[in-house]
Design a protein around this ligand. Structure first.
Ligand code: XMP
Length: 520
């Protein structure tokens, strides 16, 4: 079955920060959906896509402004259910004959409570079991007159048209955001909406795996493919999937830049070469990387050096494969959406991320990106489908520049070795206390300061380190993990006792923002 054989739902994006969450909620219900920015959705596009239902997302614009973003009116002629959310609701009302007014005292941000009308429509089935439901509002404008054919089915103190519908056409419009966490039962609304639209939930990982394999075979034919393997979840799943599709035509290149964690290189090489029998080039280039990083302490310079060397080294080893026509990458759906975003404006560079961008053009390679339809948790599910061990699938993310960005100041082999050992003790502690899976990412950073301590009867003058552990959904925002004092005390004692070179341990309690997860 190809992707196009699935029942499809189209999400038209008007630039809301949370549009991706709509797709997440639907994917959880085994619904295949795609997000497309409003300016790409033409009448022709709609015809080709042939959605079984359409969702109009929220967005920052005002319907009352000149040239505000709109879907083509054909959306309302398709004969399929349409759900408008926030800006989507307003644009729908405006286009179908209702009215929208600018803020003026009715703007609402945050938690609100919606009370349903007597008439419980199908969209609200299983919802509002209590008399009112908590929802999340975030709007400046508001609908002042609903379009002909619509009735009101729910109100909140500031939104008299919180839930409206035209049941004869299966058009629904809500002022709040059912996709966010702060609308605790919002999932029910999506469940009802897709059921109304006749979706059967035909998007499953087992099915996806077979389709993806077929697609890779079709794309690649009998050409050779190279894949940069980092040992992270995305590149590992991409490699195993492609290997399953084309076997020995795939060669993986694992670049060891000398900035990996304890035993990491061995684990990756053993797993892919011995367990999966994949052709794998293990490029130990630590001397090169550490040599060029010698004496460098500026974070951006470190990142740029690593990024440049990585591409050079990768290219050198990829040439050994001879005649590869494709480069495999573990690009995920959020990266794809990002690159076609509604606003698309330049954003400030906080950190230069390390990736293999630029390589395909330089080497004349085409891309194979078998994960570009998937979210991170779907990639994990696919990894399980492919039999990757849980220890790999559940791994915390590890940045491309590796330990370099956990070693503020100058990088030395001595510091890296101390860091590796401290990190191993910390992760061991987290695992022993059964906390690993609750944490998005945990690591040690070695600080560029030495402090005075006393051990036994002697004075010490060693490095201080910082423990970092955060919870996060996507790495974009994060909170520090609330370890118990007992855990922190025990871990500090172990690190100081077991790791020569460290005599002081601190815990980083900065959230993101204003901090970032990594130290550099
Ligand atoms: P920050 O430090 O920006 O990190 O809050 C957010 C997430 O991204 C990871 N990270 C990277 N991943 N290449 C990567 O592949 C990079 O250059 C890079 N820098 C940061 C970081 O570990 C966290 O998960």
């Amino acid at each position: 079955m190809s992707k196009s054989d699935h029942q499809r739902l189209l999400i038209i994006d008007f630039g809301s920060q949370v549009t991706q969450l709509i797709a997440r909620r639907l994917r959880e219900l085994n619904i295949y959906c795609e997000i497309h920015p409003f300016h790409d959705v033409t009448a022709g596009f709609l015809r080709d896509f042939a959605p079984r239902a359409v969702i109009l997302s929220g967005g920052p614009a005002s319907v009352t402004a000149q040239g505000s973003p709109r879907p083509p009116s054909d959306v309302f002629e398709l004969g399929v259910p349409v759900l408008g959310i926030c800006y989507g609701q307003q644009v729908m009302m405006d286009m179908l004959g209702g009215q929208v007014e600018r803020g003026a005292g009715t703007a609402e941000f945050g938690r609100a409570y919606v009370t349903p009308s007597q008439d419980r429509i199908e969209l609200l089935k299983g919802w509002f079991l209590e008399t009112r439901e908590q929802v999340w509002m975030s709007h400046g404008d508001h609908v002042s007159k609903i379009a002909p054919g619509f009735e009101v089915y729910g109100t909140s103190p500031h939104a008299p048209y919180a839930i409206t519908a035209d049941l004869s056409r299966n058009f629904f419009a809500v002022q709040f955001h059912p996709e966010v966490h702060h609308t605790p039962n919002g999932r029910t609304l999506y469940e009802n909406f897709v059921r109304l639209a006749g979706f059967t939930g035909d998007w499953t990982m087992a099915g996806y795996r077979d389709e993806a394999i077929a697609r890779i075979r079709e794309q690649v034919g009998d050409a050779k493919v190279i894949c940069g393997l980092s040992g992270g979840v995305d590149s590992s799943v991409a490699a195993v999937l492609i290997h399953e599709a084309i076997g020995e035509q795939l060669t993986c290149v694992f670049v060891d830049h000398g900035l990996l964690r304890q035993n990491e290189a061995d684990e990756v090489v053993t797993m892919f070469r011995d367990h999966y029998n994949m052709p794998l080039i293990h490029a130990d280039e630590s001397d090169l990387f550490l040599g060029e990083l010698d004496g460098v302490s500026d974070p951006e310079t470190k990142r740029k050096i690593i990024g440049r060397l990585f591409i050079d080294v990768f290219q050198k080893h990829a040439n050994e494969v001879g005649g590869a026509a494709f480069l495999a990458q573990g690009t995920l759906y959020p990266d794809v959406i990002e690159s076609v975003s509604v606003s698309g404006g330049p954003s400030v560079t906080i950190k230069s991320h390390h990736n293999v961008g630029g390589l395909p053009e330089k080497m004349g390679l085409k891309l194979v990106e078998p994960l570009r339809d998937l979210f991170k948790d779907e990639v994990r599910a696919l990894g399980r489908e492919l039999g990757l061990p849980e220890s790999f699938i559940g791994r915390h993310p590890f940045p491309g520049p590796g330990l370099a960005i956990r070693c503020p100041g100058e990088i030395t082999r001595e510091k890296l070795e101390i860091l590796r050992r401290a990190d191993a003790v910390y992760i061991d502690q987290i695992r022993k206390h059964g906390l690993y899976d609750e944490i998005w990412q945990a690591f040690v950073a070695i600080l560029p300061v030495r402090t005075v301590g006393v051990m036994g009867d002697g004075r010490t003058y060693d490095f201080a380190c910082a423990l970092r552990a955060v919870t996060s959904v996507d790495g974009m925002t994060a909170d520090y993990y609330p370890f118990s004092h007992e855990f922190l005390g025990e871990t500090a004692t172990r690190i100081i006792n077991e790791v020569p070179g460290i005599n002081r341990v601190t815990y980083d309690i900065t959230s993101k923002p204003p901090g970032t997860i990594e130290w550099e």
